[in-house]
Ligand binder design. Structure first.
Ligand SMILES: Cc1cc2nc3c(=O)[nH]c(=O)nc-3n(C[C@H](O)[C@H](O)[C@H](O)COP(=O)(O)OP(=O)(O)OC[C@H]3O[C@@H](n4cnc5c(N)ncnc54)[C@H](O)[C@@H]3O)c2cc1C
Length: 461
């Protein structure tokens, strides 16, 4: 049955209730008196975390994730385990509970936001419920916010990118935690954060490293979690060391080796030069565990899996007849062309400061609320991409650093950003100051100019 369409009573339609849609909405309603309709085809808020594998947690501090008004994790330090002293990292259930609470208490209760769950934005200023069939039209003066432009692809929702012959068991990483019988061999497929999580989870459940075959088409550079912490002396110290390394680098490979030497970048195998730089954070205890997996297959992408054999671009390998293939090979982060955040038909959320999507979305919400003109908003907040290759990582840092200089030159934005924990480079207003912080700031002043110049040359090589 086709339902009559009725108009949405909203000043903004935010499409996507993941972290970016939530962060934008939260900052917008905190600084203006507008009404927002938040729409998602999923059943709740939290975006891709609703389809995540059960043992995932944030790879970086909880404080850097979520919305500006509400600190995730309370700024607590880990008290036990191998990351004692580092900031806590929320589990998937904690992330989802956090977003549910933000939705209920900050958005729905005050009557500022209407959440349309299980609803599809069809792209033509109409929204349709997958459940009731109800249709909504978006009034002409309602601004559309695209908060799904960079929504990551995840294994639960993406078929394996290779042919699977009959008789082979291939599961998305999510199903690892539901196994009822152990295979004699696990084949973990993927080079990124999800594959590293799968290996560490298997090892933590007592799987022998020799029973894991890791198909890793590319080797990744990862950031040392200890230097990506919500402490300005640590974070700005790392930024200064990065710029110093960039200023002296003779090539992209040389830059990453210098960053490794400085304790910023990590790689699993020191005999291999990585080509991938999505740079999630990793702890050194995880690195040690990952190094115990010695059966690493580097023969490009898999073409097909058959009982006892895997065919890859660069040859084939034998595996156990009962091997379980663990699909961790969804694309994850997305790399569509960067577009101005404020466009003629939509506000398209993208990171602004390099690599912190929640801060970028919150900043866009604040700037939307406090500035009148889209050209000015775009001047203050140009987008930056996610990193993938080494050159892409350099470009992300060049554009992200320039963007930070641009919005940071506005006194009110700087003052707001210094109060927001999502901003990794903030110096909180009540910070007592320290010699380490003074030193980091002094080194940043010296190294940022030459570092940026060299990074931008390297980004286009
Ligand atoms: C496993 C994993 C771990 C990660 N960990 C971190 C981390 O620790 N820190 C960090 O900063 N980043 C992390 N990321 C990176 C990731 O980019 C961020 O989580 C980011 O915040 C993604 O949020 P998003 O809102 O862009 O996308 P999503 O969470 O995917 O939200 C987009 C939403 O849009 C909805 N949607 C899409 N199209 C439509 C439509 N037409 N109509 C209605 N709804 C629609 C989707 O249903 C989805 O819920 C991680 C990514 C993954 C995959």
């Amino acid at each position: 049955m086709t339902h009559a369409a009725h108009p949405l009573d909203a000043d903004y339609l935010v499409v996507g209730a993941g972290a970016m849609g939530m962060a934008f909405t939260d900052a917008l309603i905190d600084h203006t008196d507008v009404r927002v309709a938040l729409v998602d085809r999923r059943h709740g808020v939290g975006g891709h975390w609703l389809g995540a594998y059960p043992f995932v947690r944030l790879h970086q501090a909880s404080a850097f994730y979520g919305v500006a008004s509400t600190l995730m994790g309370g700024g607590r330090l880990q008290q036990h385990g191998p990351e004692t002293g580092l900031q806590e990292r929320a589990t998937v259930s904690e992330i989802l509970a956090y977003f549910d609470k933000v939705l209920a208490e900050r958005m729905l209760e005050p009557g500022r936001v209407e959440f349309l769950a299980n609803c599809e934005y069809a792209g033509d200023r109409t929204v349709v419920s997958h459940i009731s069939g109800e249709r909504y039209v978006v009034p002409p003066d309602c601004r559309i916010v695209d908060a799904r432009y960079l929504a990551p692809d995840i294994p639960e929702e993406t078929p394996p990118p290779f042919e699977v012959a009959g008789g082979v068991r291939v599961i998305p990483v999510n199903d690892l935690a539901r196994l009822s019988e152990a295979p004699s061999e696990y084949v973990v497929v993927g080079s990124g954060k999800t594959a590293t999580d799968a290996c560490i989870w298997l090892l933590g459940r007592g799987v022998d490293p020799g029973a894991i075959c890791w198909v890793r088409p590319r080797d990744p550079w990862m950031l040392n979690r200890a230097v990506v912490q919500p402490d300005p002396a640590v974070f700005l110290g790392m930024a200064a060391d990065t710029m110093a390394a960039a200023g002296a680098a003779t090539s992209l490979e040389d830059l990453f080796l210098r960053l490794e030497e400085a304790g910023i970048m990590l790689r699993i195998d020191r005999s291999v030069t990585p080509t991938m730089a999505k740079t999630p954070t990793l702890a050194t205890w995880e690195l040690e565990q990952l190094r115990s997996v010695e059966h690493v297959v580097r023969r490009g992408h898999i073409r097909s899996v058959r009982p006892g054999r895997i065919e890859l671009e660069g040859g084939s390998v034998e595996v156990a007849a009962d091997a379980l293939v663990v699909h961790c090979a969804a694309a994850g982060l997305k790399y569509p062309p960067m577009v101005p955040i404020w466009g003629p038909s939509a506000i398209t959320l993208q990171p602004i400061r390099a690599g912190f999507p929640c801060f970028g979305a919150a900043l866009a919400g604040y700037v939307e609320a406090t500035r009148e003109d889209d050209a000015e908003r775009n001047r203050l907040c140009p987008p930056s991409p996610y990193g993938n290759s080494l050159a892409g990582w350099a470009e992300m840092n060049v554009l992200g650093t320039r963007a930070a200089m641009s919005f940071g030159a506005e006194p009110d934005i700087k003052a707001w950003a210094d109060t927001v924990a999502l901003n990794p480079a903030r110096i909180p207003p009540d910070h007592p100051g320290s010699t380490a912080l003074e030193d980091a700031l002094a080194r940043l002043r010296v190294h940022t100019g030459p570092g940026l110049e060299r990074l931008s040359a390297l980004a286009v090589t």
